[in-house]
Design a protein around this ligand. Structure first.
Ligand code: LLP
Length: 437
């Protein structure tokens, strides 16, 4: 997995740092991010696009993992940034991310969020619906500002993935439907709004996608739509954004394609569709999230208790769980793991890894083969870089883990472990509930 390997002590090593040293120094649970691998993934996208000669932007979908250090890495690697809330926008701006390279997504941006983004001077809004079109125009008019926008369209392509992360089909909360004429009306409306500068359209068909067919179909729908818009409204798009969704390998059997293959399929389809219609080639934008950070993340846990139900199952419990990784509980996601302190020991038992939350659904991995597990072993769960810290919670008032970046043998804390003080930071006791002292 990534730049992890087994060192001469027989321990798991990530980014040149012994996982046991990380666990000892920073405590567990701990998110470890292999910075070199993040950068490598980013470069794979940028290089693949450069090779096409087309104009492009690779916008890191920060929802996958949005902390200041990650925003800096994204910036250094020449990526743009997709944000979906004031909190992500705030994080990016705090990190000094160039506002003109930020794209704002979301199906219900509030007036405050729009103001905040306009104050910052972000590069582009991805407008999701008619309410937002009117609201954005009104706020921009009040401020005398011109705003770049894309329109999010639903191409009517169903990605073969989990229902909750599939978004391109008609029955979706996101975007303007191409199929029933709504998207065309949205373009008309956008062209009528004096403050809005329509660059083009955006489509995102889903997440954790392993084939190029869905992207090709989306390009074809979007291209056909672009031609229709040119013919009926005399408007030429200069940007086509194909979203994210490029899959990664969590477990054996997951078969993602090389980044370059996705990029070539998308750019190839764009070139074919638009050139055939004598349409000036638009800029191509994409928004990978998971495939930038997913496999660069490893979570280290300490094994605590175990429970053996003879003939049924053996549970081992770790010091984290659904609070730091809710994906198994939410999507039945699968993960692989090893014992970081003895990854090479022969796997002799079948265990199921439980978290420490008070509910039965708090399971991280069912049926994992490991060496005979003991209390105090350090379990390393792979591929936890995307949608783990980002979706972590304080359920059961469990403190969120720290995040460490490792690179070339160096480990740097990029998010501190939450403290007890953090846990109760926003709690208030009204006068009538206070204890007399
Ligand atoms: N662009 C848009 C408009 C999106 O909605 C998303 C993801 C992305 C880009 C990035 O997709 P990616 O490259 O990361 O697949 N929490 C779920 C994933 C939800 C994805 C939501 N949108 C999970 O843990 O699998």
């Amino acid at each position: 997995h990534g730049t992890s390997r087994i060192n001469d002590k027989g321990h798991l090593e990530i980014g040149g740092v012994d996982a046991l040293d990380l666990a000892a120094k920073f405590g567990t649970p701990l998110y470890v991010v292999d910075e070199a691998l993040v950068r490598q993934r980013a470069r794979e996208y940028v290089e693949a696009f450069k090779a096409t000669g087309l104009k492009f932007q690779v916008a890191y979908a920060s929802k996958a993992f949005c902390v200041m250090a990650m925003c800096r890495v994204a910036e250094e690697e020449g990526m743009s940034l997709d944000v979906v809330s004031d909190g992500e926008l705030y994080t990016a701006l705090q990190a000094g991310f160039p506002a003109e390279r930020i794209h704002f997504h979301g199906n219900n941006k509030t007036p405050d969020e729009i103001e905040m983004a306009l104050n910052a001077g972000i590069g582009c809004f991805v407008v999701d619906n008619f309410t937002e079109l009117a609201l954005l125009n009104a706020i921009a008019a009040e401020r005398g500002q011109k705003v770049n926008i894309l329109l999010r369209v639903t191409p009517g392509v169903e990605a073969h993935t989990h229902d909750y992360i599939s978004t391109g089909q008609q029955d979706s909360k996101f975007g303007f439907d191409i199929g029933n004429g709504t998207a065309l009306r949205a373009v008309e409306e956008a062209l009528r709004q004096p403050q809005l500068n329509l660059l083009g359209v955006h489509s995102h068909i889903g997440s954790q996608i392993f084939e190029v067919e869905g992207f090709r179909m989306a390009v074809e729908k979007v291209a056909a739509f672009s031609l229709e818009v040119r013919a009926k409204l005399d408007k030429t798009f200069t940007v086509i954004n194909l979203g994210g969704g490029f899959g990664i390998r969590y477990v054996e059997g997951d078969a993602p394609l090389p980044v370059a293959t996705y990029v070539e399929a998308i750019t190839g389809a764009i070139i074919a569709s638009f050139t055939a219609a004598d349409y000036p080639l638009p800029e191509i934008w994409v928004e990978p999230g998971r495939s930038i950070v997913g496999d660069a993340g490893t979570t280290l846990y300490t094994v605590g208790t175990s429970k053996d139900i003879p003939g049924v199952r053996k549970y081992i419990a770790v010091d984290g769980g659904m609070t730091d990784n809710p994906r198994p509980a939410l999507y039945e996601s699968k993960y692989e793991a090893v014992l970081a302190n003895r990854p090479e020991d022969e796997a002799t038992e079948l265990v199921s890894v439980a978290g420490k939350c008070c509910e039965s659904g708090d399971m991280l991995i069912w049926d994992l083969k490991l060496p005979a597990v003991q209390s105090g072993d350090v379990l390393a769960v792979f591929c936890t870089g995307a949608y783990n810290y980002a979706m972590a919670s304080n359920y059961n008032r469990i403190r969120r883990p720290a995040v460490v970046f490792v690179k070339d043998g160096q480990a740097d804390l990029v998010v501190a472990r939450e403290s007890f003080e953090d846990i109760a930071r926003n709690d208030l006791l009204p006068e009538r509930l206070r204890k007399e002292t």
